[in-house]
Design a protein around this ligand. Sequence first.
Ligand code: XCC
Ligand code: SF4
Length: 645
Amino acid sequence: MTTFGGNGYKKFSINPDTQAMLEIARREGIETVWDRLAKQEPQCGYCNLGTSCRICAMGPCRVDPFGDGPQKGVCGADADIIVARNLARMIAAGASAHSDHGRDILETLHLVGEGKGGVYGISDPDKLKRLAAEYGIPTEGKSDQEIAAELAWEMMEDYGMRRKKLPMAARAPAARQAVWENTGVYPRGIDRENVEALHRTHMGVDNDWVNILLHAVRTGLSDGWGGSLVATELSDVLFGVPTPKASNMNLGVLKADQVNIILHGHNPMLSEVIVAASQDPELLELARSKGANGINLAGLCCTGNEVLMRKGIPMAGNHLMQELCIITGAVEMMIVDYQCIMPAVTETAKCYHTKVISTFDKAKFPGAEHISFDPARGLEIGKEIVRKAVENFANRVPERVYIPVEPVPMMTGFSVEAIVGALGGTPEPLVNAIKEGAIRGAVGVVGCNNPKIKQDLGHTELTKRLIENDILVVVTGCATVADGKAGLMVPEAADLAGPGLGAVCRALGIPPVLHMGSCVDNTRILVLAAALANYLGVDISALPLAGAAPEWYSEKAVSIGAYVVASGIYTVLGTAPPVFGSPNVVKLLTEGLEGVFGATFAVEPDPNRAAVLIRRHIERKRAALGLPALDPDSIAMPEPALALF
Ligand code: XCC
Ligand code: SF4
């Protein structure tokens, strides 16, 4: 129902496929995320500033830090406390989401250890043994199954209260761990930090806003060096460590003559068996008998990133494409697990023949068919679901099928193992390229889409500015699809990079923008940063690195931001977090953290300006390491220019 016609859709997205589908949505009278955003406007100013509170029944309260309205809530909480509590709760929700995803993978490893893993097994015994060694588990003479059982048992302790420190946090340089110790934020137990965050932010517990934020940091660290890392590492053990491969992106990966199944959400457990089921000869024959030339899988969001990294399954889109995929009329089924799945998708699906199948008991959707996922019966359930999709091909209305674009090629699969492998088994060539200045530094461009920002503009503009200035970019999550669709993730994109980075990419045959996975896989970036720092014998905060989340929307992104900064990496946010109602909190996040963690947040919606902030930061870090560096002030800051909204 988006009211813009023709070129008006350029206001919402840089992508031709999005623009084309918005026109179909208008014609068909289908509501999208952009329509619903417009209906919400103007959004609440108190909530935007973070100064509204509804955590107890004496409220809800709003404080008015810049006006002459109330300065305190009913309990006496001021703007600082309310903003800090709200931010801590966002971080706890995000960290809980990642960590509970990790728990689901861990439970699967446990089942494998008990010999009840059904179709699941150990895909990478070497990584299993490396992790076992890290947890002090002797492996000699033991079967993979025995090791899996013991490792699962040990990792379950990471969630509880028996540890003083999370074991995998020891991958960080000693200097970084000392920072965490000295500030009292070394993460202990994953669930413990999350529950404590909820406890502290209950009315009348932690009334010191700095103390609240320090615990929020610890909660974030329990995600980055705990829950998310469990998810990444054990997914590699169960499903394989990703290796470089070619794939495709955008709505053009849907095939008009095949059964199309979209995999949406975050957890790779089910999608891995769907990949197997989609190759089942009997189901392929069934598809042929229905007139389809095959069964085509395509990913969305982070489940898409997972199967892209490991299996090369193409991606139909990122966060803001979830409704638009269905509007192609070519999707027989959308299989969802959890996180980032808009409740709206089942409404959109009602306008088409698309079936939405929910699969996790903790994530049900009115309007979807629920098929409860049980790892022990994995493949059986996978085949049952794929069969339904194939049968649904008969209900497709060919006249309504519209796939607006051709797919764009990209390269995926850059796990830390793969990157080090591509470098010849040691980080040395990368370190040397950085030392010499051919590569100035590296930046993780990560995170979501947000309809408040023109879709993918923040990601792609920032990435282009960075690579053309010889800064290597690594991407995860929805940023991947943005840069992939823009053609930045093929080796030929070396031509878009500066001369130094371009030459390195050509020599190695890699793109200047490397795909490192889903959002839990931001831990791969942490682990790589830690490995580089350890190799050089410095703290992570000394390295010429930065993070950016140009279009973030999710609580998970806030948790990621917290652990990235607390790990010593300067991070620029495109979307403003709800903290501006407390000048004290803003000052702490953007300045004060430097003295504590050696890194801060910045907020800069204009990607061209964000690129300059990052380039200046990288040159400062280079100079401090005694490497050839530009004068940061010689990098001119452009006026805000891009129409983002
Ligand atoms: Fe969700 Fe992970 Fe954000 Fe994309 S990037 S919108 S969190 S799918 Ni993680
Ligand atoms: Fe209001 Fe305080 Fe209750 Fe929040 S905790 S709703 S500020 S009384």
